[in-house]
Design a protein around this ligand. Sequence first.
Ligand SMILES: O=P(O)(O)OC[C@H]1O[C@](O)(CO)[C@@H](O)[C@@H]1O
Length: 251
Amino acid sequence: MRVIQVNDYAEMSQKAAEMISEQVRKKPDSVLGLATGETMLGTYAALVNEHQQHNTSYRDVRTFNLDEYIGLDATHPNSYRYYMNERLFRFLDIPLAQTYIPNGCAPLLEEECARYERLIEQCGGIDLQLLGIGQNGHIGFNEPNTSFASTTHVVQLSESTRKANARFFPSADAVPTHAITMGIATIMKSKQIILLVSGKRKAWAVSHLLEGEVTPAVPASILKAHPNVIVIADTEALSHVSQEKRKVHRP
Ligand SMILES: O=P(O)(O)OC[C@H]1O[C@](O)(CO)[C@@H](O)[C@@H]1O
């Protein structure tokens, strides 16, 4: 695991956008794994900027998002489909049909999970997966104590995650109770992973990731077992981590 320490959110976002663009230039038919949440907003803005300035084409790229709330359709402003369309896809030359997000309104949710998992495999797997981390160490919506062997599945969101995400909804009660998420095994199959972390509220999760044991109680800790992970973290997110561990980590 390689840790890149940056000063702040803006620098983290710029660095991540550069790495994604580089991946797409190197392999124009890349399969990208994408994430949502506040962490990714700056990265997507920087990516759009980069696309406009350098004409990096996304025509042959396919994308798979990590997760989606159950019960929110594409027109709902809090659905992750809406977020992705508004924040990223509409500014790129990627055909929307090549952008995949679990359908949280599918009538048969278990079938939707199996379909999503199959689609990722049919596309050859994810070349580069972008990840954020929850304050409790979740990745995607894989809450603490999710099996490391899990594939795409339906989850009940923890109260702490619903509370953390309530800032985007009109009220805490409006936050859905369930979601579909790629599983931990699905994420771990990605060829490369970039984890972005910014701000003090993530400091506990990052220090556990870098200095704690690998345990399902902190889902992100499994990333230590992946051969190709880059963590881009700002000074505040790393504030609980020793200087030594901030440098370079290899599994
Ligand atoms: O970036 P935020 O809003 O802190 O969220 C952290 C992570 O939690 C999620 O919202 C849950 O999936 C991810 O999309 C995100 O990467």
